[in-house]
Design a protein around this ligand. Structure first.
Ligand code: E4P
Length: 219
């Protein structure tokens, strides 16, 4: 399974990339705003240089024509750019037009199987169902991933599933078990994936025994 990092935080992306845990990056207007950088194209270019993999930058227009021209501008930032388009009726028009021009598209804000089905038919490279936000309203985010995996498998759609709105380690475990292609993970969740109390306890015991042995050697 590929790991994308869901962030526009350059330092965090650099650190996680160096660990081999960053195959790509997803951003959105809120993540950009969090970093407080107004030169968003420069941020995306810098991320592409670091990651050398797919980097999603989101359009902000609401009509298809505006999404298409914005998407073309975003695609020109770097060969690794993926244009993130909201999954609305207008968004579907833009996805199909951009995909027809060979521009890589990531359909965002997906909350249903039908939305995912429509996205695949536009020829978009990626679909991003938001699991955390579904959980937040009392729905089962990971059940949606299972359904989309099944539907895409039924028809051999090539659109890759990015599990988005990941909030905790179980979202990553379930993504892998369900065979999702990618999970886009906030930097804060990465350390939680490795943490285990038995690892910490075992390491503390090893260090204590090692210290005793050193004491014997020196005494
Ligand atoms: C996906 O590409 C989005 O940027 C992201 O996963 C949204 O996550 P949130 O629901 O935590 O804002």
């Amino acid at each position: 399974m590929k790991f994308f990092i869901d962030s526009a935080d350059i330092a965090a992306i650099r650190e996680i990339k160096a660990m081999g845990m960053c195959d790509g990056v997803t951003t959105n207007p809120s993540l950009m705003a969090k970093e407080g950088r107004t030169d968003t194209d420069a941020v995306l270019k810098e991320i592409c240089t670091i990651v050398q993999g797919p980097v999603s930058g989101e359009v902000t227009a609401l009509e298809a024509a505006g999404m298409i021209s914005e998407g073309k501008r975003i695609a020109r930032i770097d060969d690794h750019m993926v244009v993130k388009v909201p999954t609305t009726y207008e968004g579907l028009k833009a996805m199909a037009a951009l995909a027809a021009e060979g521009i890589s598209v990531n359909a965002t804000l997906v909350f249903s199987v039908n939305q995912a089905l429509l996205v695949a038919k536009t020829g978009a490279d990626y679909v991003s169902p938001f699991v955390g936000r579904l959980d937040d309203v009392g729905e089962d985010g990971m059940a949606l991933i299972g359904d989309i995996v099944e539907v895409y498998d039924n028809y051999d759609y090539e659109t890759e599933i990015i599990v988005a709105s990941v909030r905790h380690p179980m979202h990553v475990v379930d993504s892998a078990l369900l065979g999702a292609h990618i999970a886009t993970i906030p930097p804060s969740v990465i350390p939680k994936l490795v943490a285990h109390p038995l690892t910490d306890k075992g390491l503390a015991a090893f260090m204590a025994d090692w210290k005793k042995l050193q004491g014997k050697q020196n005494g």
